[in-house]
Ligand binder design. Structure first.
Ligand code: FRU
Length: 604
């Protein structure tokens, strides 16, 4: 009796569940229609299976295609749902015309897809965190896929961060500008989608600036965005915002810049010297950057190109940035050209290279070394630092940068599902003159990050390591800032290890004879989602007399090392099964000394 009751209840529940969403009409083995009543809820929840190919969904309103999105509609099981915002369609019945891509032998089989019974109307979408690897103090989207940070600008105390976003799944697709803001560079507010795809294409990376002289005629202090419209070809488009960057109106004359081969990620700024706008664009496959200038942001003139055959060339050039900075300790100013490259990074896949030189308003010329070569310089020596660009208009002349904390080699495979990818900590870029006479960029954690330093959990001063490793407790929260100064003058190798109860470990090895710091995450936790993930990374630490000074930031799935005042920076993802609990320092010959160690918890 009880069983029958349970069965009836379950059947009733299944019926109500099915009734709570729109019914599919099947037109063939790979084609179905959903009639969606936009008055039944704020959202239509769409059931997604991560490993299934995209379905093409045309959203038809009054007989016209309003938008086309690609969604991995569930075939065998529902991993999670994504919300489609119905509020713009109030008062309408909207037809979702769905083309599935996997082959089905019959309509009967098509009807068995897991998605059909799980479309649902809802007034809310639950974004509470369901992921153990979601960072606690790094920017992430609430749900969905994110890659490049882009379009960043600062105004009236607010840091605006836009990003490459897929609102309809946790893999790359439907590129849209997502939007977050922060007043302290740590806590981020999530705002509505800022720029959505149109008939010219999806919305790839770009930049924003404030038009304080109304040179474009969109209004004094309008926020101007330039981005790549990506369809069969890539063109550059313009949009403006008069509500402080919340919503954008696209320029009817788009595209504003066209080229006859792949070019993307426009980065523009106002050049006070010439009174004109300058723009740098990645001529991706030619592996060069091209420059344009404009009096009014609408009409652009090509002025030159830089980079053919220079620097790292084993991948496409993407996401440029160009700005001038003083060189610390000198009265010089230099231009820095950021040039992200993928693949072709020093440890495989994506990385951020940069050039130092001069910009004459038309093109860039890189400084050469003593042998007349243009040296290759990397901004970060980890595996997970890409698409790095800086905030326009940051206060006090600051050059604040942020990178996408992932690598195209495995970004879509990392073990998260509700969302994918985080951004790095924001960093201040400074230029300094190296011992070889070259100008280099140092990156320091933005000063705002100091505010989240919590209690000291472990500390030590003047400890000679000796034959036995010294161990220190890490915060139970799994979050930490570690400040450690080592004296390795007499040592041949110092090892800093993070480990947990599963025997998982991260090894940071410093070799004073070569001045190289390396990062080994082979046994750091989950690594087998990609054969490229375990690869080690390393970089020159710029220590003097064996003094190695590190600031290490640990979040739930990342480790960022700032060595010797940011002269070496390494950003790497890690996915330990449980947080690292112990930091230990050891040394081959027992000759390393810990001058100072403080391990702080993070207050967030
Ligand atoms: C870099 C990039 C950009 C492009 C964007 C597309 O990661 O390939 O060149 O604008 O991603 O999402």
């Amino acid at each position: 009796m009880k069983n029958i009751a349970t069965f009836l209840l379950a059947a009733l529940f299944a019926l109500t569940a099915a009734a709570s969403g729109p019914e599919a009409v099947f037109l063939g083995t790979n084609h179905a229609l959903l009639r969606v009543d936009a008055d039944r809820g704020k959202y239509l929840l769409m059931p997604v299976q991560e490993t299934i190919e995209d379905s093409k969904v045309n959203i038809i309103v009054d007989g016209h295609i309003d938008k086309t999105i690609y969604v991995r509609l569930a075939k065998y099981r529902v991993d999670h749902t994504v919300p489609f915002d119905l509020s713009p369609y109030k008062g309408h019945t909207v037809v979702f015309s769905i083309e599935t891509s996997q082959s089905r032998s019959s309509v009967r089989e098509a009807k068995e897809d897991a998605c059909w019974s799980r479309f649902a109307y809802a007034d809310t979408f639950d974004t509470s965190n369901r992921e153990k690897y979601r960072p606690a103090y790094h920017h992430t989207p609430l749900y969905g896929w994110m890659n490049d940070p882009n379009g960043m600008f600062y105004a009236d105390g607010t840091w605006h961060l836009y990003y490459q976003y897929n609102p309809y799944g946790s893999k790359w697709q439907n590129m849209t500008w997502g939007h977050s803001t922060s007043t302290d560079l740590v806590h981020w507010q999530h705002l509505p989608l800022a720029i959505e795809p149109d008939a010219l294409g999806t919305i790839f990376s770009g930049s924003c600036a404030i038009d304080s002289t109304n040179s474009a005629g969109f209004g004094k202090n309008a926020v101007i965005a330039m981005y790549t419209s990506a369809d069969r070809s890539q063109t550059q488009s313009l949009a403006h915002s008069t509500d402080g960057g919340l919503s954008f109106v696209k320029y009817p004359g788009n595209p504003a810049i066209t080229m006859d081969s792949e070019a993307r990620d426009p980065n523009f700024f106002f050049d006070k010297e010439s009174g004109e706008w300058k723009l740098v664009l990645a001529h991706a496959l030619n592996k060069e950057m091209v420059f344009f200038s404009s009096p009014d942001l609408k009409n652009w003139t090509y002025t030159g190109a830089f980079g053919k055959g220079l620097g790292a060339q084993n991948g496409v050039w993407e996401c440029p940035d160009l700005f001038q900075l003083p060189v610390k300790g000198t009265d010089m100013k230099k231009w820095m050209l950021i040039c992200n490259i993928n693949p072709g990074g020093p440890f495989g896949g994506s990385a951020t290279q940069y050039f130092i030189g001069e910009f004459d308003g038309k093109t860039f010329k890189a400084d050469e070394d003593a042998d007349g070569n243009v040296p290759v310089k990397w901004l970060d020596y980890g595996k997970d630092f890409y698409a790095t660009v800086t905030w326009n208009n940051a206060p006090q002349g600051r050059r604040t940068a942020i990178g996408w904390m992932s690598n195209w080699q495995y970004a879509a495979e990392v073990p998260t599902s509700q969302y994918r990818s985080a951004n790095t900590l924001p960093r201040e870029i400074e230029l300094y003159k190296g011992d070889d006479g070259q100008i280099y960029a140092a990156s320091l954690p933005s000063p705002e990050i100091d505010a989240i330093r919590g209690n000291v959990v472990s500390k030590a001063t003047a400890v000679n390591i000796g034959a036995k490793a010294r161990s220190y407790k890490l915060p139970a929260s799994g979050l930490a800032e570690i400040c450690i100064d080592l004296n390795t003058q007499k040592a041949t190798q110092a090892l800093i290890k993070l480990s947990n109860n599963f025997g998982e470990e991260v090894l940071m090895t410093y070799d004073p004879t070569t001045d190289v710091l390396s990062f080994d995450r082979k046994n750091s936790g989950l690594t087998d989602f990609s054969q490229d993930f375990p690869d080690p990374s390393e970089g020159k630490a710029f220590s003097t007399d064996g003094a190695l000074s590190l600031r290490i930031f640990i979040d739930h799935s990342s480790i960022e090392i700032f060595a010797n005042d940011g002269r070496l920076v390494m950003t790497n993802l890690v996915f330990p099964r449980s947080p690292y609990t112990t930091l230990s320092v050891s040394d081959k010959d027992g000759a390393t000394r810990i001058d100072n160690l403080k391990i702080y918890d993070i207050n967030i």
